[in-house]
Ligand binder design. Structure first.
Ligand SMILES: Nc1ncnc2c1ncn2[C@@H]1O[C@H](COP(=O)(O)OP(=O)(O)OP(=O)(O)O)[C@@H](O)[C@H]1O
Length: 367
């Protein structure tokens, strides 16, 4: 007996060889979580958009099998036309109908909605996206950010089983990106469906995605939970100079007089600049490998607040820059990365299994 894909999984099997692009072949067999955000990452031309277009049926593929929690809703034998697939699609450009108001654009989606599926209600999405006041307006009267928020609402109002987002923030400037990210976070937390999110921005991915897939030349080269994948050595991420890890922890102490929140994970505590978070909130922190230095003993005379006792798990030389080395650390079971000079590693005689102090200079609070 062969076992099918496990429950709580979205299984996507796509093969495509497009005429006119002989050098490119898409061949993907993915099993990703059936709830939450999966980021699709990879260099330009690696096939991210092609994969989304094949999933949505906008592009033909020789093999196309999609099943959710073991239930197939798209097979090569019974290909569904694009408009019949229960998929919401948000593109880089909002693609709203220009001759319809924002509200009419949304009503168009409601007509198409799957009556058996209830992802989100009209009133809830209007409130979550903060678009009540712009409903009577035409797309040309909206700002780029407002247009994109209406487009996201429209994609969700078809009550999809899967939401595809292809660089939804790429056309916006940095200020607008920062404005829309909290809306996206809310949607990602609220919609209990799988969301595939294409982005070139590691910042966005780290902030939104629980799971990551990396494509290269039409094939999956890496996949896994965001936290696990980013904490690995030898991946495409650990080669970046801004290689980072994500740590999830709970606010256990706040000191208003110093403007600090203390975030606990496993047996460790990290101080961050206080924001809107409250005691008991779960937060994600981003720690860049270049902000982590190592010492053999605790230095109480240092200005660095965050000094964690960790174990060296592995070390790998930077093939592009022999003066630098990446050290993988474990704070309990939580991986961290430190990018330090090869000379320091040599002077400190760092070795696998050794206990050291990780000094963290700066921690970004992701939410
Ligand atoms: N309409 C098309 N006709 C023919 N070939 C195409 C077409 N669109 C893309 N390609 C080719 O298909 C391959 C995959 O492109 P795709 O746009 O899916 O990559 P991508 O990872 O989304 O890139 P980017 O990050 O730049 O958007 C590339 O070789 C590209 O040149």
């Amino acid at each position: 007996m062969t076992l099918g894909p496990p429950a709580n999984t979205l299984h996507i099997r796509i093969e495509q060889q497009r005429e006119g692009t002989p050098g490119f072949r898409l061949d993907v067999d993915l099993q990703i979580p059936s709830v939450g955000v999966t980021a699709l990452f990879g260099p330009s031309g690696s096939g991210k958009t092609t994969l989304l277009r094949c999933i949505s049926g906008l592009e033909k593929s020789s093999k196309s099998h999609i099943s959710l929690n073991g239930e197939p809703w798209q097979t090569s034998k019974t290909p569904l036309p694009s408009h019949k697939r229960p998929i919401g699609y948000v593109f880089q450009d909002a693609n709203l109908f220009p001759h319809l108001t924002a509200q009419e654009n949304l009503q168009f989606a409601i007509k198409r909605a799957d009556k058996n599926q209830s992802v989100i209600s009209y009133s809830e999405i209007i409130q979550l996206m903060g678009i009540e006041s712009v409903l009577p307006q035409y797309p040309s009267q909206l700002s780029g950010g407002e247009r994109q928020r209406v487009a996201i609402a429209r994609a969700l109002l078809i009550q999809p089983k899967l939401l595809l987002m292809d660089e939804p923030l790429a056309a916006l400037d940095d200020a607008l990106k920062q404005e829309i990210l909290p809306y996206l976070e809310q949607i990602c937390q609220r919609a209990k469906i799988p969301i595939i999110y294409v982005s070139h921005s590691l910042d966005e991915v780290i902030r939104l995605a629980d799971y990551m897939v990396v494509l290269e030349k039409g094939k999956v080269i890496e996949e896994g939970k965001t936290q696990t994948l980013l904490g690995k050595l030898g991946t495409s991420f650990s080669r970046y100079q801004d290689a980072s890890v994500v740590i999830s922890g709970v606010v256990t102490r706040q000191e208003a007089e110093w403007g600090l929140s203390w975030i606990s994970f496993e047996n460790h505590v990290i101080a961050v600049k206080q924001g809107n978070e409250k005691l008991g909130d779960t937060l994600r922190l981003r720690i860049q490998s270049k902000d982590v230095s190592l010492s053999l003993s605790q230095h109480d005379d240092s200005s660095i607040l965050n000094r964690l006792t960790v174990k060296i798990d592995d070390m790998i030389a930077d093939t592009k820059d022999p003066s630098m080395i990446m050290v993988r650390l474990l704070a309990g079971d939580t991986p961290m990365l430190a990018r330090i000079t090869t000379l320091s590693a040599h002077k400190l005689k760092l070795q696998k299994g050794q206990t050291v102090i990780a000094q963290i200079k700066s921690v970004a609070l992701l939410r």
